[in-house]
Design a protein around this ligand. Structure first.
Ligand SMILES: Cc1ncc(C[n+]2csc(CCOP(=O)(O)OP(=O)(O)O)c2C)c(N)n1
Ligand SMILES: [Mg+2]
Length: 385
């Protein structure tokens, strides 16, 4: 991480844009080439694979939603570089507090496809026992915290986890908390409170904004009058980084810089990853009602982050002809197999309904559960038997 961008002052970093590859996948300049030389074949290929996994999984899950087999889905099309570039900069003991579109971070860190899909079905294998909306996965083993649906609440959660690690100061637990948000999240009070606290207390966190330029139907221009989103960190004394979020390797380098700093005890970083929400907000949304989809097509096409990295891998001789298609087919098969297992699993038992609410269920909950179990199961049309 010797690139001149990181040596710039905070204002320059907040107003600039760190980039390594052009949209065609060519190093932007000699400094970028030098930085790219530090990224080995295995890392670049693994980032590519993680991105492809999200793309293929999202397409399959959206089809399932349209077929009425799942109730809801939120894709991350076009944002795969921001997601996987970030994931690749995290270490196993780090904590991930995601917002809406970071399931790929969990999958990259080792969350199984079965666990991810079970949560979407809310079946008996779902670790949240069918009580969360689809697309709220979690994975205790890989420190992937379940998302709170309330926009921006993830940021104080991440800062709190980081503060906890700092207070405990366990040499075996010097890890980083990554807190994600969207551009919409930066307009919430929680964002400002958290940045202030993180800056003052110098907690080991990286706060990451995937600026996909839309918050449902609210465009970036209506989100803030600020010149950039990264610039907001300046007021809190937090180092800002602003990165081309469709340039996976630039994201990886910038996030690694921020994570290493937090690990050293040098405090938080706020990273704006500039990208675009190519998909609808969710399966319940139709963006053609409120935005010019000709712009979307530019991001779907020539700004596609997967093609950009693929071109670079090709130029390095790190990917064979036809390899992407073969790998996509392999991933699709594994997703279809996991879906078949999820559909066969069936719903959670009614007995589990009050698990995990309190360490010990209250008498009131126990009484309500007993009443439910005593009633004929068929009285509840939502429970299959
Ligand atoms: C506190 C709160 N207000 C409103 C909503 C409804 N809502 C869900 S997602 C969303 C937009 C989020 O936009 P952004 O933060 O940019 O994330 P993106 O969807 O682009 O990933 C809104 C307004 C919510 N979930 N929570
Ligand atoms: Mg957004």
């Amino acid at each position: 991480m010797s690139h001149a961008y990181f040596a710039g002052d905070h204002v320059a970093k907040a107003r600039g844009l760190f980039q390594l590859l052009t949209e065609d996948g060519v190093p932007v300049d000699a400094a970028a080439r030098a930085e790219l030389d530090g990224i080995d074949r295995a890392t670049a290929r693994s980032i590519f694979d993680g991105m492809l996994r999200i793309r293929v999984t999202d397409a399959r899950m959206m089809a399932l939603q349209r077929q009425g087999r799942i109730g809801f889905y939120g894709e991350a099309v076009g944002q795969e570089a921001a997601i996987v570039g970030s994931a690749a900069a995290s270490a196993p003991g780090d904590w991930i507090v995601p917002a809406l579109r970071e399931a790929g971070v969990g999958l990259y860190r080792g969350m199984s496809l079965d666990a991810y899909i079970a949560q979407i079905f809310g079946n008996r294998e779902d670790s949240t026992k069918g009580r969360q909306m689809p697309c709220h996965p979690c994975d205790r083993e890989h420190h992937y915290v379940v998302m709170s649906s309330c926009v921006s609440t993830q940021i104080p959660h991440a800062v709190g986890i980081a503060m906890g690690m700092k207070v405990l100061d366990d040499p075996r637990d010097r890890h980083v908390a990554f807190g994600f948000m969207g551009d919409g999240g930066t307009s919430e009070g929680d964002f400002h409170v958290s940045l202030n606290f993180a800056g003052v207390m110098k907690v080991p966190c990286v706060l990451v904004c995937q600026n996909n330029q839309w918050a449902i139907s609210t465009p970036g221009s209506a989100q803030t009058a600020g010149e950039t989103i990264a610039i907001k960190a300046l007021g809190y004394g937090v180092e800002p980084l602003r990165v081309d979020g469709n340039d996976a390797l630039a994201v990886f380098v910038a996030m690694s810089h921020a994570a290493a700093k937090a690990r050293r005890g040098d405090g938080p970083t706020f990273v704006e990853l500039l990208t675009y929400r190519v998909s609808a907000h969710s399966s319940s949304d139709d963006p053609s009602r409120y935005r010019d989809e000709a712009v979307t097509e530019v991001w779907r096409g020539k700004r596609d982050p997967i093609a950009r990295l693929e071109n670079y891998l090709g130029a390095c001789g790190w990917i064979a002809a036809g390899e992407r298609e073969a790998r996509a087919a392999e991933i699709e098969t594994s997703v279809r197999d996991a879906i078949a297992r999820a559909e066969a699993a069936g719903p959670p038992d009614r007995e589990t309904m009050i698990d995990d609410v309190y360490a010990e269920p209250t008498w009131l909950l126990r009484e309500q559960l007993a009443e439910l179990l005593a009633s004929p199961a068929s009285a509840n049309p939502h429970v299959r038997h």
